[in-house]
Write a protein that binds this ligand. Sequence first.
Ligand code: RIB
Ligand code: CA
Length: 309
Amino acid sequence: MGPKPVILDVDPGHDDAVALMMACGSPGLDLLAVTTVAGNAPLAKTTRNALRVLSLIGHTGVPVAAGASKPLGRALRTAEDIHGESGLDGPEIPEASFEPDERSAVELIADTLRGSVEPVALIPVGPLTNVAAFLKAHPDLKGKISRVSLMGGSMGLGNTTPAAEFNIYVDPEAAREVFESGLPITMSGLDVTHQAGADKAQRDRLRNLGNVGEVVAGFLDFFAGTYERAFGFDAPPLHDPVAVAAILEPALLRTRTMRVDVECKGDLTRGETVCDVRGVTGKPPNADVGVELDREGFFDLLHDSLRRL
Ligand code: RIB
Ligand code: CA
């Protein structure tokens, strides 16, 4: 079987940057397109960062299209406290060597799906605004999506409020559209991404890879500092690369199929992914939710992809 065709939708963001590199370095994936969304930083910054990261690793042939500059129906919430003013603070990297595609994110996704012989996996790792907008504009192309492997949500505690994880919190209405789309979904929430903490040993292992490994380690050193100050973590979770691994090597994640609903109204719980772990709602399951990660296997896979860049 050839490489799996994928589209990444990103809001770089340090962990998004590593997810992009992982996708580009993996022979098991064919990164057909990248779309950007406002989230960790405003759209202009997340788009600039996606272009810079792809330029840094020489993958300038991947079309990058900018998408939504704000959530479907709310004000944008960004995360400079975690990712810095630029959205990708830490080691300086050069400006991009190529321009964004002139199409919108929605149209690039549509054209990419139309042009692919086989169905394509969507890997959204920021707020789900672009994916929801795409599904609304092109319902006829849902059959060309093999799976949505998203980073977002949590069966338990949130990281932005006690109830909500950032990507879902920023645009709960979009998330609800995606979870109710009927598409096959793998949800890599905090329960599983917090098992992918890049501790100092893993960061040093990356550093020793040389060139791109040094930059990745530098990004993760910055990310480690903000995560330690914000949450007291001793290792920054590689949230978004887990969603890539879930397509690249599904056996690395143990998942449980369950009903997931998104709270859009609650004053205290807006953005909560309400996960029916015990099946008490009687509603049909709509997502495979990550519950356990093969941590060693994940980091070996990450290394194997980054060392090829
Ligand atoms: O809550 C973690 C998620 O929010 C990650 O995707 C991170 O990049 C931020 O977008
Ligand atoms: Ca992200």
